[in-house]
Design a binder for this molecule. Structure first.
Ligand SMILES: Cc1cc2nc3c(=O)[nH]c(=O)nc-3n(C[C@H](O)[C@H](O)[C@H](O)COP(=O)(O)O)c2cc1C
Length: 414
């Protein structure tokens, strides 16, 4: 058995943008107050190196101080100021940035970019950065629905610029309609997708997530502590690589994954039926759901009354989902997860072969910060050749990227 131990890594909180250089362009829209939180998320939570440019209008809404604090750099505001960067700043910054995110993006900056206008620092940088740029639009419904605005948006999208459509909801004017800035997790996901290489474009990835519930009566069920976070994070990582992603999830409290179709189920049987149906049209299945092994077939429609004595329930084995689909495997990739507390590697290797998996991700819930309920996980990955990679504690976001990279390699034959 080969055990490759990775060098210990510093614990971190996701670092989706570690090593990435982002230019954040802030324009004069009312949603500007959300930009401070977005910048903090990009730098402090996700490790991005961010340079901020504010337009003259943006400066009327907010002081640069908060953006300087969260970016750790002076904010640039002018094409011609001597106090700021020397040299041909718009050319240098366009080349420096891996991506240019405009958030919020006013009707004005979208109109200027769509028509090649470069009359201040930000619009000139966009003109140099071209399709590295993503606009997160926010404006009143009337401005957004204006046919000229729609033409501008179409022109930018057709040319390959990134665009985060605004959402519907209450607007600053007191009215309700389309025009609200998208949630920051949607903007972050679009930025990530724009930066990735699209290795899973055209591929269909099926992910199972969360726990299942086996009902004993209408008010009680048997379940497990899975939150769905690992599966949702895997779905977002696959979507960021351009895959069409379907997530089949048991009941969960966490926010739905961005960029994926979500199918909600409750019992192990519902989970199995949904997976069997969707597996037929998928290129890969990542089976991260914690599916119940036992069900109570005698569950009735009335609440079980308690009496003086103990209660014994006869539980029946649920169908094993991977066994149900392994006959249809063909070239499809199957990734399993296992939770073991003893003989971890040996038991997992057995499962890997029995259930025709391509690799298995092994959790030990006894490890601190691993498996259920945490934002982090500590796993080993075993492949069909028997090679075991022991990974250090890392965020579920980082682990998802590693797992999806392996799936991409297998699907692309690399
Ligand atoms: C209080 C207030 C709120 C505004 N909110 C928005 C907005 O949400 N979206 C938008 O496109 N323009 C909005 N504007 C108009 C822009 O500030 C204006 O079009 C400006 O020229 C934009 O300049 P910039 O794109 O260079 O930042 C707002 C103006 C004011 C006074």
């Amino acid at each position: 058995m080969t055990v490759k131990k990775k060098a210990p890594k510093k614990r971190n909180n996701g670092l989706k943008f570690k090593g990435q250089k982002i230019l954040l362009g802030i324009t004069g829209g009312i949603a500007i107050y959300k930009s401070a939180a977005l910048l903090r998320e990009l730098t402090i939570e996700h490790g991005a190196d961010v340079q901020v440019i504010m337009t003259d209008s943006a400066l009327k809404f907010m002081s640069p101080l908060i953006f300087e604090t969260f970016s750790g750099k002076p904010v640039w505001t002018s094409m011609f100021s001597d106090k700021e960067m020397v040299g041909v700043r718009h050319v240098e910054i366009s080349k420096w940035a891996d991506a240019v995110l405009i958030s919020p993006a006013t009707a004005n900056i979208i109109g200027k970019a769509a028509n090649g206008i470069a009359d201040d620092l930000l619009s000139t940088v966009i003109s140099g950065a071209g399709t590295k740029t993503i606009f997160a639009a926010a404006m009143e419904t009337g401005m957004y629905e204006n046919p000229i605005m729609q033409q501008n948006i179409k022109r930018l999208k057709d040319a390959g610029f990134g665009f985060v459509d605004p959402e519907s909801g209450p607007l600053a004017s007191g009215e309700s309609g389309v025009g609200r800035l998208a949630e920051s997790r949607v903007i972050v996901h679009s930025l990530l997708t724009h930066l990735k290489t699209g290795r899973l474009k055209g591929k269909k990835i099926l992910v199972s997530a969360g726990p299942t519930r086996e009902w004993i009566d209408p008010v009680r069920f048997i379940s497990n502590p899975s939150t769905g976070r690992m599966g949702f994070s895997l779905a977002e990582a696959a979507s960021a690589e351009g895959a069409d992603v379907i997530v089949i999830s048991g009941p969960t409290e966490v926010a739905s994954p961005v960029g994926a179709e979500l199918i909600k189920v409750s019992t192990a049987e519902e989970m199995k039926n949904a997976i069997v149906e969707k597996f037929a049209e998928s290129d890969a299945l990542v089976m991260s759901a914690a599916v119940g092994d036992y069900t109570y077939p005698e569950a009735g429609s009335e609440k079980l009354k308690k009496n003086g004595s103990d209660l014994t329930l006869n539980l029946k084995r649920t169908d094993d989902i991977l066994s149900a689909i392994s006959g249809d495997k063909g070239d499809k990739i199957i990734v399993g997860f296992s939770v073991e507390t003893e003989n971890i590697i040996e038991n997992s290797k057995l499962k890997l072969h029995e259930k025709s998996m391509d690799f298995i991700v092994v959790n030990n819930p006894k490890e601190n910060g691993a498996a259920f309920g945490h934002d982090t996980n500590k796993v080993s990955i075993i492949d069909r050749k028997g090679s075991v990679e022991e990974l250090e504690l890392m965020s579920k976001g980082e682990l998802s990227t590693l797992i999806i990279d392996r799936v991409s390699n297998l699907l692309n034959g690399s």
